[in-house]
Design a protein around this ligand. Structure first.
Ligand code: ATR
Length: 277
């Protein structure tokens, strides 16, 4: 039987998810289709009912619905509950189950650059305190008691992220000024904000001229592939990782939930890079 999958968001035309998931469906010889659906913000409830009655096996959820969809679902898994956002819905026995694969997808992409052991021993700075930062904070903090600092333009949001999600008193929120002063202490610096995303490609979330040699700068943005943050970090002797890996790995985890199959992430990364390039 043909399986139907999709993504809901507003706007949605920029999404690369259909390209990636339809490639994986074909590659795995699964008879199915993945469709992008633009849903008006006030019509989310109707859209969710529609997806269910039309028989979709599951779908992704993107901006601006990751939080708003929660009360419309039957179950929320522990990660999505802790993060407070859903990016993947799985339909099981008529029940709509909300999951979040963003954080784990991030960690899986980070493994391309650093081993789990190295990650555990790293001093980490997360820039930003929105939904993406929460997912990443949650997944990293699952690894072990490691030191994570969170900084944000609006300090109170960073403070409440750490307070609400904390499982380790070593993790604290710091001001942008403090993050800037202590930049050379960090082994991994992660930009989760939209600063530097197309078309605002000249903007920087933090000044990286004092970054530690050999530190890893990570941007979850993948348009452009090399943000100004990554270019500057690289010019100052840091290693870099862009957001393509996180995007592909969060998608692969969702694909596995829906189909039981593990898709080819390496080929998908190459395909997205080519598409962006
Ligand atoms: P997402 O779910 O993608 O993380 P979000 O919840 O809207 O999106 O969060 C966006 C993040 O980017 C926030 O940390 C935001 O900072 P504020 O909490 O101060 O708004 C950050 N951000 C967005 N534009 C920014 C800018 N121009 N300078 C600094 N931070 C910015």
């Amino acid at each position: 039987m043909k399986i139907l999958l999709g993504v809901i968001g507003y706007p949605i035309e920029q999404s690369k998810s259909p390209l990636m998931h339809n490639y994986w469906l074909k590659d795995q010889a699964i008879d199915g289709h993945y469709q992008a659906f633009e849903v008006q913000p006030l019509e989310l409830k109707e859209a969710v009912t529609g997806m269910k009655v039309l028989g979709l096996s599951g779908w992704n959820v993107t901006i601006p619905f990751k939080e708003a969809i929660i009360p419309l679902l039957d179950q929320i898994d522990p990660a999505a509950k802790a993060i407070g956002a859903v990016n993947t819905v799985v339909v099981q026995g008529g029940q709509l189950i909300g999951k979040n694969t963003d954080g784990l997808g991030f960690v899986q992409s980070l493994i391309e650059k650093r081993s789990i052991q190295q990650i555990k021993q790293s001093s980490i700075l997360i820039i930003g305190a929105g939904g993406a930062a929460k997912g990443i904070y949650y997944a990293l903090s699952q690894l072990s008691p490691m030191t994570i600092r969170v900084t944000n333009r609006t300090f109170e949001r960073a403070a409440s992220l750490v307070e609400n999600m904390n499982n380790n008193e070593l993790n604290v929120a710091i001001t942008t000024q403090e993050a800037q002063q202590k930049l050379s202490h960090f082994d991994i610096i992660i930009n989760t904000t939209s600063v530097g995303m197309f078309p605002e490609i000249d903007h920087l979330p933090i000044d990286v001229s004092e970054i530690k040699q050999g530190a890893l700068a990570v941007d979850i943005i993948y348009n452009p592939l090399k943000t100004r943050f990554l270019r500057k970090a690289s010019e100052n002797g840091a290693d870099t990782l862009n957001g393509v890996g996180m995007f592909v790995h969060q998608g692969a985890l969702a694909f596995k939930e829906w189909t039981g199959k593990k898709p080819n992430t390496e080929k998908a990364i190459k395909m997205i890079v080519k598409d962006q390039g």
